[in-house]
Design a protein around this ligand. Structure first.
Ligand code: DGY
Length: 353
């Protein structure tokens, strides 16, 4: 083969390489696996991409590795004719319009399982911090307000032998129930559908309706997916049904709780304490919440251990490679949001390397 035809062949194979967009800097050593199959357009720094920026980034690519900061719906994909796969780094995928992606044959994936235990650990820690007033106590001490051991100072509520309410009994909810058994807590849960008896038995968890959960929980933890149906499911009316001594912990999504109603309930003593890792207008936090002492506020870090965040990126990269028809699992992404159907598989159509 002549040098000219070798060059032409190389140029053609380079031109055929699918292109992917990585929306945020993640872990370079993991993301670099994409280079074996694709040309990678990497966002150089952490940034908020608006609709126009996302649409522009998707215009020329076959796939995208995105985080919950990127909303991808009809408008963002309208001018992206080549787009075949969107891999979300996160288990929650309310940032994706899965219906719009599906109707265009775009495979969407998420990262379940790998973050379950880490997120359950953090949910438990937040619940405990709210109940035992840990961050409030620390502020008290650091603020120079501690004048000596005080028998009645900063008294909190026990977790052990109390009643735990779990709203959303998926993998993370079950992880929290598992931890609760070490604290001899009674576990009640409410879920879209009741779990099989053997699963309930394994977690010693009893199914109750939503109102009963609100009324009986000493500590209520929210672990359900966000959707139009769950928007503000914990509103003023729901909060009014809770015990005034109860705590509320949210590690799901901000929009599930009506934050104004929560601030009112905490401020008036209608509810003892709360802990939020997620907020409706992230990264903005309602100033009424910031002004309260009886709330623990963390910046959406429930899955944020180093090894878990690395595992999430690893899974998302595996998903993207496979969904684009490349790698050992070509056409079979490990965790598609909607099962990839035979023949309707965007990955196989792609015929990527
Ligand atoms: C998720 O995965 O949905 C979390 O909120 C971010 O880790």
């Amino acid at each position: 083969m002549s040098a000219t035809s070798r060059h032409a062949l190389r140029a053609a194979s380079v031109a055929e390489r699918p292109r992917v967009w990585v929306s945020q800097p993640l872990f370079d050593d993991i993301v670099s696996r994409l280079h074996a199959y694709f040309d990678v357009v990497q966002a150089p720094d952490v940034r908020e991409h608006d609709e126009a920026a996302i649409a522009a980034a998707l215009r020329e690519v076959d796939g995208a590795l995105v985080t919950l900061n990127e909303r991808i719906g009809e408008r963002e994909i309208a001018s992206a004719p080549k787009l075949r796969a969107v891999a979300n780094v996160g288990v929650g995928y309310d940032n994706l319009d899965v219906g719009a992606l599906q109707s265009r044959g775009i495979v969407a994936t998420n990262t379940p399982d790998v973050l379950t235990e880490t997120t359950a650990d953090f949910g438990f820690a937040l619940m405990m911090a709210a109940a035992r007033r840990i961050t409030e106590s620390e502020r008290h001490l650091r603020g120079g307000k501690w004048t000596g051991w005080n028998f009645k100072g900063l008294l909190g509520a026990d977790l052990h032998r109390s009643t735990l309410g779990i709203l959303g009994m998926g993998r993370i909810g079950q992880g929290i129930a598992k931890r609760a058994s070490g604290f001899d807590m009674q576990v009640l849960y409410h879920n879209r559908s009741r779990l099989p008896a053997d699963v309930e038995g394994a977690y010693k968890a009893s199914y109750v309706d939503f109102d009963t959960l609100l009324a009986r929980a000493d500590h209520l933890v929210l672990v359900l997916p966000y959707s139009p149906q769950t928007h503000h499911i914990v509103d003023a009316a729901a909060l009014a049904k809770m015990k005034p001594t109860a705590t509320l912990t949210n590690i799901a999504r901000g929009g599930i709780v009506d934050e104004a109603a929560l601030a009112e309930a905490l401020g008036s003593g209608r509810l003892a304490a709360a802990a939020l890792d997620v907020f409706e207008g992230e990264p903005a936090v309602d100033p009424r919440l910031l002004a309260l002492d009886n709330i623990v506020l963390t910046p959406h870090i429930a899955s944020g251990s180093l090894s878990t965040r690395r595992a999430m990126v690893t899974l998302a990269v595996d998903n993207l490679i496979a969904a684009l028809g490349a790698g050992p699992d070509a056409g079979r992404p490990p965790t598609p949001i909607v099962p990839v159907t035979q023949g309707g598989d965007a990955g196989k159509r792609a015929g990527a390397a």
